[in-house]
Design a protein around this ligand. Structure first.
Ligand code: SF4
Length: 426
């Protein structure tokens, strides 16, 4: 979501004569688009702002702006803690950015933090990177779930869905520009349109799948409670729907899931995975985990490991619980000892690394279709891209042309696979 918002910022600033600088020294304006999901992200921003104070002092007229979730969360307090910041704008104020930059150029206060239901910012089209074959499309913003640990509803606001007509128009425009893959974004895509009486999420997917030239559709993030049968069935019907689902589990313990307010049990989660595997046996799964949630016992944690063993996720993001201001979990008393939480995280990540290796190794010898994203970061002579099941592939190009290549997998690494182009386009 922040990546799309950053693209919007670029898009808005180009008519007022700002373009992306290639180095910090060359820049006149630095915008930090921030995250506040964990305390560590907060700390990093304040540390970066310390570095930028010196950058600003080196040349008069330089400006610093801070937007995104931390700006929304800390607001005026951010200005007090870092008085050299010129512009502070919240998650619902991106469209005010050109005006705020102009104010800051005139040394006038530039602060915009208003947030209210119905304020959306998708009227600003993201800056289109030239030659991009994959694009992110925001379909909703905010969240109404208020999971006990999560700051998102407080900093991104309540859930608002974008009109389906606008989404379809944007996807058609992207398709006409040569984009082959769209990634639909929202905090809880499965509840798309429910509040507004829009078409349901699976119907939106079906209509996007009917747009010619779009060959891959992905979406993130799904909520296990709201992922419905119709969407699951669609994976068996629409070949353009990529066989990968990111389904955050957070914990394998029903007791902890209830305390988190997630709205599903371990059994219900497993049933959704099973249903998805029935319609697409090749489906890849990724997930999110929080370890050391207040009150989590060793037995609760073992329940999480047990679910991991059963599902064997292709990948996951896992973190120690981080207390966020204003959330219910911040007030929970039974904190887990940080050393114990760190040890649990180490054990969980160890299991995940083994499962990821297992999933990647199982692909060796197979022929996969890869959407090329560019040159490999480590070896510019090789190409890099993703399979439909979201595996990163680095491969030696053959005689093929175009962004979609057929690759024979020859090896598996820790996070990616390697291969040789088989010569024919898929
Ligand atoms: S559903 Fe996701 S974004 Fe919404 S409150 Fe829960 S964790 Fe946060």
């Amino acid at each position: 979501m922040n990546a799309v918002d950053s693209a919007r910022m670029l898009s808005l600033l180009s008519p007022v004569s700002y373009r992306a600088a290639s180095t910090l020294e060359e820049a006149d304006l630095v915008l930090l688009n921030t995250c506040s999901i964990r305390e560590k992200a907060d700390q990093k921003i304040y540390s970066d702002l310390g570095t930028l104070r010196r950058w600003k002092q080196r040349r008069p007229g330089r400006l610093i702006g801070v937007g995104g979730c931390l700006a929304q969360q800390d607001g005026e307090a951010l200005r007090k803690r870092a008085p050299h910041v010129d512009i502070v704008f919240g998650t619902h104020n991106i469209s005010a950015l050109p005006e705020m930059v102009r104010k800051a150029e005139l040394r006038l206060p530039a602060l915009a933090l208003g947030m209210g239901e119905g304020i959306a910012h998708w009227d600003v089209v993201p800056y289109p990177p030239a030659g991009a074959v994959s694009a992110m499309v925001a379909i909703m913003q905010g969240c109404d779930n208020f999971c006990a640990y999560c700051v998102v509803p407080l900093v991104r606001g309540r859930e608002v869905s974008r009109p389906a007509g606008e989404i379809l128009a944007e996807v058609r425009t992207l398709a006409n520009r040569g984009v082959l893959e769209v990634v639909l974004l929202g905090q809880n895509v499965n509840s798309y349109g429910k509040k507004e009486g829009e078409i349901p999420f699976p119907e939106l997917l079906r209509r996007i799948a009917a747009i010619g030239r779009i060959t891959r559709i992905r979406f993130i993030t799904s909520h296990p409670r709201d992922l419905d049968d119709r969407t699951i069935r669609l994976f068996g019907e629409a070949g353009t729907l990529c066989p990968h689902v990111h389904l955050p589990l957070q914990s394998g313990s029903d007791r902890v899931l209830a305390a988190m307010g997630r709205g599903y049990t371990r059994g219900e989660y497993l049933a959704k995975i099973e249903a998805l595997r029935r319609v697409r046996p090749d489906m890849a799964f990724s997930s999110d985990f929080i370890v050391g949630f207040p009150g989590e016992t060793e037995d609760d944690f073992r329940d999480t490991l047990a679910v991991m063993e059963e599902i064997r996720f292709d990948s996951s993001f896992s973190f120690r619980f981080s207390s966020r201001p204003g959330t219910r979990a911040a007030g929970m008393k039974e904190k887990v000892d940080p050393r114990e939480a760190a040890e649990r995280l180490r054990r969980l990540q160890g299991r995940q690394a083994a499962h990821t290796r297992e999933r990647l190794s199982a692909m060796v010898g197979r022929e996969v279709s890869v959407l090329v994203e560019g040159s490999s970061a480590r070896d510019p002579g090789r190409l890099s891209g993703r399979t439909g099941c979201n595996k990163m592939v680095n491969f030696n190009p053959g005689s093929g042309a175009g962004p979609i290549r057929s690759v024979r997998v020859t090896g598996a690494g820790t996070h990616s696979i390697a291969g040789e182009e088989s010569g024919s386009d898929v």
